[in-house]
Design a protein around this ligand. Structure first.
Ligand code: NAD
Length: 428
């Protein structure tokens, strides 16, 4: 596949490739290459100094054949309609591969939220809802937090929507704070979800997790709970984690000869996932450059920081011992690195399967909101384990039966499920 910097063109090319494998008819391809609905609008906001500033907002609903659209709202200065379209498309596939009855959506506002006061942020998110409220809802489209938006903003959005429809409607949005309609277990969900799929992959590869070493990139929400899960659920060892140091404007790998202790490291990590390296050093940790994580002697690599990290250059540094790559982050592997994995028989769990624990728990949040009855954290995580395990096995089965790479298999499972739902509804 040729490379492109336009995320939506990339999403369309990925789809075209699988549409070919599945031999989909032309009208089906037309339906799935494009979002079903898109909203582009202006949001006037009264700023603290009394002036009015107008913001550009988007909401894209890619496909709701399997259920209400689902996906976050990003506040980002470089937001574009194409980024939102791509992310909405990927949400359709992620919900389908996880087999949760939701479609794909995404929203965005072109803004740097760090430049707004608390009051301005509140007026902006309420303004966003004032415009789209007719087109979202627990049975239509359920937004969530994403880059630049927070659980508090979700609380304001839910409140605005509830006022407009005239009744308390927590299920209009997920990612709400616990106690304000949020679900227990959401914090752990993505990282633990990664580990449920790693556990199943190690079984599939006949590897004993207790004898396995993992190297993890990142130490934010996903990486922290993936590290805890790898040690506490599987009995394995984590050789290192890594992070981006904002003061030094550089990334570092943090390792320990006996394996890292993520619960300790979390006590010296800030809310952005940056570790205090002086305190880490004082506790016997070794600090190396940011790329060192990928060349560690490990059986499992978990890139859980950002996109494009396992690429043509870094992939050749991978230790011969690595048998499994679990994509905690979105898009951490480039097509060149995929080719390397295929050639060296490295098993991989693709991102939209591996990190689907977050959206699956958001779905559970909506279910609990609907029932107005809330599960314990153990119940949430047990249900998450069941869903992730089933999702993993349906993809492995497709990969084995059709003799295709795991990433292609995940797309094939997801797209086939969406096509089936469209057929059952008589759309195609
Ligand atoms: P986060 O912001 O909490 O943490 C990101 C971590 O990566 C931080 O520790 C940061 O220091 C580190 N980092 C940034 N640049 C780095 C670099 N160059 N080298 C090494 N480390 C670097 O983010 P998160 O929520 O943990 O998300 C991580 C990835 O997982 C992203 O790709 C995100 O889209 C994806 N994801 C997250 C969720 C979720 O529920 N949080 C769900 C699905 C996918």
């Amino acid at each position: 596949m040729a490379s492109s910097t336009n995320a939506f063109e990339m999403a369309q090319r990925q789809f075209d490739h699988v549409a070919e494998l599945l031999k989909l008819d032309q009208p089906v391809r037309e339906m799935l290459r494009w979002p079903m609905r898109e909203f582009s609008f202006r949001i006037p906001v009264r700023m603290d100094d009394g002036t009015i500033r107008v913001f550009n907002g988007f909401r894209v609903q890619h496909n709701d054949a399997r259920g209400p659209n689902k996906g976050g709202i990003r506040f980002h200065p470089a937001e574009t309609i194409d980024t939102v379209r791509a992310l909405a498309t990927w949400m359709t596939w992620k919900c389908a591969v996880a087999d949760i009855p939701l479609g794909g959506g995404k929203g965005g506002v072109i803004v740097d939220p760090a430049t707004l006061s608390v009051g301005e942020k509140e007026r902006l998110v309420r303004g966003y809802i004032d415009i789209v409220w007719h087109n979202i809802g627990p049975r239509q489209d359920v937004p969530a937090p994403d880059v630049g938006t927070t659980p508090q903003m979700m609380g304001w959005m839910m409140d605005e929507y509830s006022k407009l429809v005239g009744c308390y409607t927590p299920g209009v949005i997920t990612g709400k704070p616990v106690g304000g309609g949020g679900s227990l277990g959401r914090t752990e969900a993505t990282g633990f979800g990664v580990i449920y799929t790693v556990r199943e992959a190690l079984k599939h590869l006949n590897m004993d997790p207790a004898k396995c070493v993992a190297a993890i990139q990142g130490f934010g929400n996903v990486a922290q709970y993936a590290a805890i899960g790898f040690i506490e659920m599987l009995g394995g060892k984590v050789a290192c984690v890594s992070y981006w140091d904002r003061d030094d404007r550089a990334s570092y790998t943090v390792s320990h000869p006996n394996g890292v202790d993520p619960r300790f490291l979390m006590t010296i990590t800030d809310q952005y996932g940056s570790i205090d390296k002086a305190k880490a050093k004082a506790a016997g940790y070794i600090i190396e450059d940011g790329d060192a994580w990928i060349s560690k002697e490990a059986d499992v690599l978990i890139p859980a920081a950002l996109e494009g990290q396992v690429n043509a250059e870094t992939v050749t540094k991978i230790s011969k011992r690595v048998r499994l790559v679990a994509e905690g982050a979105n898009g951490p592997t480039t097509p060149e690195a995929d080719e390397y994995f295929k050639k060296h028989d490295i098993f991989m769990i693709p991102d939209f399967l591996c990190n689907a624990g977050g959206v699956t728990t958001s779905y559970f949040e909506g279910v609990q909101n609907d029932m107005n009855f809330y599960w314990t954290k153990e119940e949430v995580l047990q249900k998450l384990d069941t869903k992730m395990t089933q999702a993993f096995h349906s993809v492995v089965e497709m990969s084995t039966n059709e003799k295709v790479y795991m990433r292609d298999a995940a797309y094939m499972v997801a797209i086939a499920r969406v096509v089936k739902a469209m057929e059952l509804r008589g759309w195609i």
